[in-house]
Write a protein that binds this ligand. Structure first.
Ligand code: ZN
Length: 242
């Protein structure tokens, strides 16, 4: 396999506007994620909301194997035309990894049919234990069966998503809730992975276990050389009338 081309998209507002987030991610969440993916040997670019076309031009997307998405406070500022563009690239085979509050993004809703209000949350710095419920899955490569995030925002069930095609992780939180934290879906030729951790004021993306999951997920979501598929009215493949 050649070098995987990754684009890390971040809304990049909290780290500019909020001191606590800037202290944790001085180069932005996208900068942190790009760094560890580069160290894993990937060809990584970043894009943010305020760039023209949100940094997701036709050219950028056609040169992206896997797109990573972090957004929270400005989902509605993402232009529908760009969402449409990302959507079609996923159907064509581009991998998509949606992180944390990206569950409420336009692209996640469009691909999975979810509503914005689709989970419980509490910003209390609770301990989170993430358990693998699918240890043979490629996203669990090199992982222990569980890992602990010392302090995180809680997300709780019910998570109003379509039943995942593959469930990889579930989380337990100190306050008693559980959550499906690692979920895989297929849409068209594209693979989608949702991974829960990553509130902007906790140093979650600095954790080796979280970095490993995201790195594994990029490899899993990277498109393979799939056949061209034609849709619509077609002549028979085998002649069946004399
Ligand atoms: Zn959050």
């Amino acid at each position: 396999m050649g070098q995987i081309k990754v684009t890390v998209w971040n809304e990049y507002l909290h780290e500019i506007e909020l001191k606590e987030a800037a202290a944790v991610y001085p180069e932005g969440i996208h900068g942190c994620i790009a760094k560890f993916l580069e160290e894993a040997g990937m060809d990584v670019k970043t894009a943010t909301l305020t760039m023209p076309e949100h940094g997701l031009t036709e050219e950028v997307l056609s040169n992206t194997d896997v797109l990573i998405w972090w957004g929270h406070m400005a989902h509605d500022k993402v232009e529908d035309a760009i969402v449409e563009r990302v959507y079609h690239r996923v159907l064509e085979g581009m991998g998509l990894i949606v992180l944390h509050s990206g569950h409420a993004s336009k692209i996640f809703s469009k691909l999975l049919g979810t509503a914005t209000e689709s989970l419980k949350w509490r910003e209390d710095g609770e301990k989170e234990i993430i358990w693998s419920v699918n240890p043979g899955h490629p996203i669990c490569d090199g992982m222990e069966e569980k890992f602990i995030i010392p302090a995180e925002e809680m997300y709780g069930e019910h998570f109003n998503i379509p039943q995942p095609d593959e469930q990889v992780f579930i989380s337990w939180f100190e306050g008693g809730e559980v959550f499906r934290s690692g979920c895989c879906w297929n849409r068209g030729k594209g693979r989608i992975f949702y991974f829960r951790p990553g509130h902007e004021t906790f140093p979650v993306y600095h954790m080796p276990e979280v970095q490993k999951v995201i790195t594994n997920a990029v490899k899993w979501a990277c498109p393979v050389n799939t056949p061209e598929v034609k849709y619509g009215n077609v002549p028979p493949v085998v002649k069946f009338r004399a």
